[in-house]
Design a protein around this ligand. Structure first.
Ligand code: KG4
Ligand code: ZN
Length: 356
């Protein structure tokens, strides 16, 4: 008996990804084109540029994933594609491509919610049963949710302004870390993690946001302001041009990283307490799953480990490769939906999605 195969396609932000998976979660073929360098050079994502790059790469990326898998389009059981949330122009490229593809090959289509895919990827690697707690921290999102089923999520908190990764990226840019010899090819968050290793986090004190608010939401805009003010002050004191600070860059990196870690840990702790008080977590092996680009930060992981150890939760952080955007997580969500026969559409149906 041949397994069922799903082709997953992701274009919601700045990665063009495709992958073919079978029901067991085995990856038969995958391909990923990242636009991150282009956007890093430009100082941020320009949606029309992202769209253009997705258009340039989507056919090749999908073909590569299929070729590597050795699976013909006719052998696919379904095609799963991110339809929201994300940048409308980027999502449109993946959706248009997928709809043409499923009509051409007469295959079922499975629309995928990008965040749900992030939350469920862990089940491809570990046998984690519902319900479990999920923390997603990346360049575009910061949220805490209780995963109750493959399409059932209780949102416990989310960022009220910007995402954790975006904040680290902006702080890194303000410090001109790209000009730092060790950091030229790193994302903002990676650069801060690297420099923070040699910094003194106590040299600066940034207030952890929202200490007085007893909920599970996040806020990072205030931290960015505090850090910017501290940098302005230091630059004035040292009489250097904007972005030319040398002396305490590592200390600022360490203090910023610490504040982000501590804010994330405190909100996660609140979410755990809330779930426990309502009996929402299982007695046996309650688990916190952490995903998103920021989740690859060792300091943040260790801070979270302190929280989960104290609360008696198991902490699962999938490898970085599976924490960031790719076609694999979309294909896996397709598999989960296929197994439960949820949200599967015929190629003849109209698909119309709002990006949010
Ligand atoms: O999930 P991801 O690859 O993509 C999107 O959000 O689209 O996350 C990227 C974000 C960036 O903001 C980056 O600075 C951050 O994750 N990031 C990190 C680390 N590696 C990536 N933040 C902190 N520490 C890291 N090691
Ligand atoms: Zn993502």
């Amino acid at each position: 008996l041949r397994s069922r195969f799903v082709l997953g396609i992701e274009t919601s932000c700045d990665e063009t990804g495709a992958a073919v998976l079978d029901e067991t979660g085995a990856i038969w073929g995958e391909s990923l084109h990242s636009q991150k360098k282009t956007h890093l050079d430009a100082g941020g994502i320009i949606p029309t540029v992202a769209q253009l790059l997705h258009r340039e790469n989507i056919s090749r990326v999908v073909q590569e994933a299929l070729d590597r898998s050795g699976i013909e389009p006719s052998e696919l059981t379904a095609v799963a594609t991110t339809v929201k949330p994300g940048l409308a122009l980027s999502l449109g490229v993946g959706l248009d491509f997928s709809l043409k593809f499923v009509r051409l090959h007469e295959k079922p289509f499975i629309p995928i919610h990008h965040m749900e895919a992030h939350a469920l990827t862990v089940r491809m690697l570990h046998p984690v049963d519902f319900p479990f707690l999920v923390l997603l921290v990346s360049g575009g999102h910061s949220l805490l949710a209780l995963a109750k089923g493959i399409d059932e999520f209780l949102l416990l908190g989310q960022t009220l302004d910007v995402a954790a990764g975006d904040t680290l990226d902006k702080i890194a840019r303000r410090l001109s870390l790209r000009n730092h010899p060790e950091c030229s090819t790193l994302s903002g968050g990676q650069a801060i993690e690297l420099l923070a290793k040699e910094g003194d986090r106590l040299a600066f004190h940034f207030k952890s946001p929202m200490g007085q608010l007893y909920d599970c939401n996040f806020s990072f805009a205030g931290l960015r302001n505090q850090v910017t003010m501290a940098i302005n002050k230091k630059e004035r004191e040292e009489g250097v041009e904007k972005g030319q600070l040398l002396s305490c860059v590592k200390d600022i990196a360490a203090a910023s990283q610490h504040t982000v870690a501590s804010h994330i840990a405190k909100r996660t702790h609140r979410a755990i307490l809330f779930c426990k008080s309502k009996g929402l977590l299982p007695q046996h092996n309650p688990t916190l799953v952490v995903s998103g680009g920021v989740a690859s930060n060792e300091y943040i992981r260790q801070t979270l480990k302190i929280v989960t150890d104290a609360a008696g939760l198991h902490l699962l952080c999938p490898p970085t490769k599976f924490c960031t955007d790719n076609g694999v997580m979309i294909a896996w969500n397709g598999i989960e939906r296929l197994k439960q026969r949820k949200g599967i559409m015929s190629y003849t149906e109209e698909v119309n999605y709002e990006p949010k």
